[in-house]
Design a binder for this molecule. Structure first.
Ligand code: TYR
Length: 329
């Protein structure tokens, strides 16, 4: 695969492709920021580790910013920096156990904010941002304008996120689709400041196992709703039960969380080929890649029950070693 194909793999959008091509030729650096809190799940652990590895395979020097200060501003873990750091350490272990490339660098936000030039840069960023844009970008922290009006620090968060991008001097900013406001803001401000614009690479969000709802009320896999997500510490029984109860409409691949798990987690892990057992009467076992699976699922040749059985077992195989490293079980 070419470098650009690794960058493109399993993304929803890249802004822009031309800039991505150019940046790839120039010893590129990239980053993803992450607010540590709660238990690592399929989205925050495996999907993220896979995508960071794709970027490394494209020749990009990747940094994970453990955004402890951002998590504090966002009231995660009651804003307790010690608890947030513990969670950050847990995520670090989980990603490495899940196969994150060992060349990926980790930086804590608290290390960046110790430097005075971080804050002078933040002021320059603020000079080039309007209140309206900052208000509009609050979804990057899952917050509404009322939240920020009550607690002004929440208006500083988007400025910090943009400052992170410039301070780390990255060519590529990676994040879920929910981070696009921050990246578009960074690109506009970079233009006004006459500095490098980050190429933005956005991944889809994994939807809740219970179904994602309509587009305007998308429900993501969430640590606060245990049955919506599969955690790295779930037992094999939990994993199989959650998959068995998951929303998985027959012949429908769009908005189907079980199909998404195959695409973003299972196929990358098994080098794009898996086997699905079916009863002899339904044609017996089949070997599939993502394309053939999609086709056969839509035509009804693969039934949701057989799909779920395969996904449950394969997920147990993927999560087992991660769980063992995290909990010793
Ligand atoms: N806003 C991101 C989130 O909520 C976390 C983040 C923090 C991303 C700082 C980048 C950054 O520089 O997931």
């Amino acid at each position: 695969m070419d470098a650009i194909d690794f960058v493109k793999k399993n993304t929803e959008e890249i802004v822009t492709m031309d800039e991505a091509f150019k940046a790839l030729n120039n010893n590129p650096k990239g980053y993803i920021g992450f607010e540590p809190s709660g238990n690592p799940h399929l989205g925050t652990c495996l999907l993220l580790a896979n995508k960071i590895n794709d970027m490394v395979n494209a020749g990009i020097k990747m940094t994970v910013l453990l955004a402890d200060w951002h998590a504090m501003v966002n009231d995660k873990l009651n804003g307790d920096l010690n608890e947030i750091r513990k969670s950050g350490e847990l995520f670090k272990r989980a990603w490495l156990a899940a196969g994150l490339n060992s060349n990926v660098k980790f930086v804590w936000a608290s290390e960046l904010v110790e430097k005075s030039d971080y804050w002078s840069l933040l002021l320059k960023v603020a000079k080039n941002a309007s209140l309206l844009r900052i208000r509009r970008s609050l979804p990057i922290m899952g917050r509404s304008e009322e939240d920020a009006d009550r607690d002004f620090s929440k208006y500083i968060y988007p400025l910090m996120q943009v400052t992170d991008i410039f301070y780390l001097d990255v060519d590529f900013a990676l994040g879920g689709m929910d981070q696009r406001h921050a990246h578009m803001l960074a690109r506009d401000i970079a233009e006004r400041m006459n500095i490098k614009k980050p190429v933005s690479v956005h991944t889809p969000l994994l939807s809740s196992l219970k179904g994602s709802g309509r587009m305007d009320s998308f429900k993501k896999m969430s640590k606060s709703e245990p049955d919506s997500a599969i955690f790295m510490t779930d037992s094999n029984d939990d994993i199989k039960r959650k998959i068995k109860n998951a929303y998985c409409p027959m012949k429908e691949v769009n908005g189907n969380p079980v199909i998404d798990i195959l695409k973003y987690i299972i196929f990358p892990y098994y080098n794009d080929r898996i086997s699905i057992k079916r009863p002899e009467s339904k044609g017996g076992p089949v070997d599939v890649d993502m394309d053939s699976l999609t086709r056969m699922y839509i035509s009804g040749e693969i039934h949701p029950v057989d799909l779920k059985n395969a996904v449950g077992e394969l997920l147990c195989d993927i999560i087992g070693p991660v769980r063992e490293k995290l909990t010793g079980d």
